[in-house]
Design a protein around this ligand. Structure first.
Ligand SMILES: *Cc1c(COP(=O)(O)O)cnc(C)c1O
Length: 372
């Protein structure tokens, strides 16, 4: 029974299960960087990081310096990589906290080298290459000259070459194969010139399960740790939902045919309608795109949303479900008995992806944790 009107529950045992399932898809020598950027995709940076570290994650990946520092302040001792890299002015703070950096700028390389000498440390960096994502990283012709440039900087250790896959979740493997080929070419050319790059990495969640040839020394799964299958054709192991969002029926009512539901009356009852009013809306991170599209679970059965999603309220139809009473628990995401609304399903109704659903719900609601 919920004590508040709505509740976001994070099941850390499920997170641990998913970590072990993905770990099981990697050869014994391959290391795993659990990606916990963006507040662990809305699940809470520190609880998620502690659970994953305790389960055996070799590395943690975050977006920003602030997230990396938060991990260190919480006593996390695993290697941590800053996936966005740093600005020159952040070099010293990153080094002082033993954070590793994705590198793609010469001014940052110089700042890291200078700060490392000052602190009597070695700056550990990952060279970030853009092999087709069209986002962060050095372009193909820039990679080797950049490596030669780094070789001239003291107190800097290049751990590996890193790149990100744009389409590993597609059914067609062609684009991923092309990126892999470019990555291998860059690695080969670098090694031929004496750069060992022992800790190179390319794979996100989809590639971790679907393209073992992209694993190299390290894989970087994120979304699948949080229970998303990403796409039905991927050979994903059995994953458990980690985030559950539940509320309760605030009011049950009966409306005659021809009644408009919610702002704009975008739904008009064709017949007598039993309606449950629920105290959650877009202020809780539920997309307004769910209007007239989404579903909820009540006592293990599905009920469709009617009318527009409001700021703090939505309506669902419970005609023919006489046992649905005021105060009854309603599941918007996660499990209810044997039934499940997955992040992928909720995302599809809203025209988005599970990543965004988790980030939005996690940012908008207080979280309660079930222990690992
Ligand atoms: C977010 C991210 C990942 C994880 O991707 P998923 O699709 O969530 O597995 C891996 N690498 C980089 C660089 C990322 O930004």
């Amino acid at each position: 029974m919920l004590t508040s009107l709505s509740e976001l529950t994070i099941d850390l045992a499920a997170l641990r299960h998913n970590y072990l399932a993905l770990r099981g898809r990697c050869a014994p020598g391959v290391r795993l960087m659990a990606v916990v950027k963006a507040d662990a995709y809305g699940h809470g940076l520190l609880p998620a990081a502690r659970t994953l570290a305790a389960a055996g994650a070799d590395y943690l990946g975050v977006a920003t310096l602030e997230e990396g520092l938060a991990l260190r302040e919480a006593g996390i001792t695993q290697p941590v990589a800053l996936l966005l890299g740093v600005e020159p002015g952040q070099a010293k703070a990153a080094l002082a906290a033993d954070l590793e950096v994705m590198l793609y700028r010469r001014d940052v390389a110089q700042a890291l080298s200078a700060a490392a000498r000052q602190l009597g440390k070695t700056a550990r960096v990952h060279l970030k290459a853009d092999t087709g994502m069209g986002r962060l990283g050095l372009t193909y012709p820039e990679v080797l000259p950049f490596l030669e440039f780094l070789a001239g900087l003291p107190a800097l250790e290049v751990l590996g070459l890193a790149s990100h896959l744009a389409s590993a979740d597609l059914e067609d493997p062609a684009y991923t194969r092309r990126q892999l080929k470019e990555f291998q070419e860059l690695l080969g050319a670098a090694r031929a010139r004496g750069f060992a790059l022992p800790l190179s990495h390319l794979a996100n969640s989809a590639a971790t399960v679907a393209f073992p040839e992209t694993h190299f020394a390290l894989v970087r799964p994120g979304i699948m740790l949080y229970g998303s299958r990403v796409a039905p054709w991927l050979p994903t192991p059995e994953l458990k939902p980690v985030m559950h969002f539940r509320t309760r029926v605030l009011q049950r009512k009966r409306l005659p045919p021809g009644s408009g539901i919610s702002y704009g009356s975008t739904y008009v009852t064709p017949d007598w309608c039993e309606l449950a009013v629920l105290p959650v809306g877009y202020a809780n991170g539920l997309s307004r795109q769910l209007s007239n599209r989404g579903q909820v679970l009540i006592r293990g059965r599905r009920a469709p949303m009617r009318g527009r999603v409001c700021m703090n309220l939505i309506m669902v139809e419970v005609t023919g479900l006489p046992d649905v009473r005021e105060g009854e628990t309603v599941t918007l995401l996660g499990t209810d008995g044997g039934e499940l609304i997955s992040g992928d399903e909720l995302a599809a109704w809203a025209g988005t992806i599970s990543y965004e659903v988790f980030c939005n719900l996690g940012a908008a609601n207080p979280r309660r944790y079930l222990p690992a």
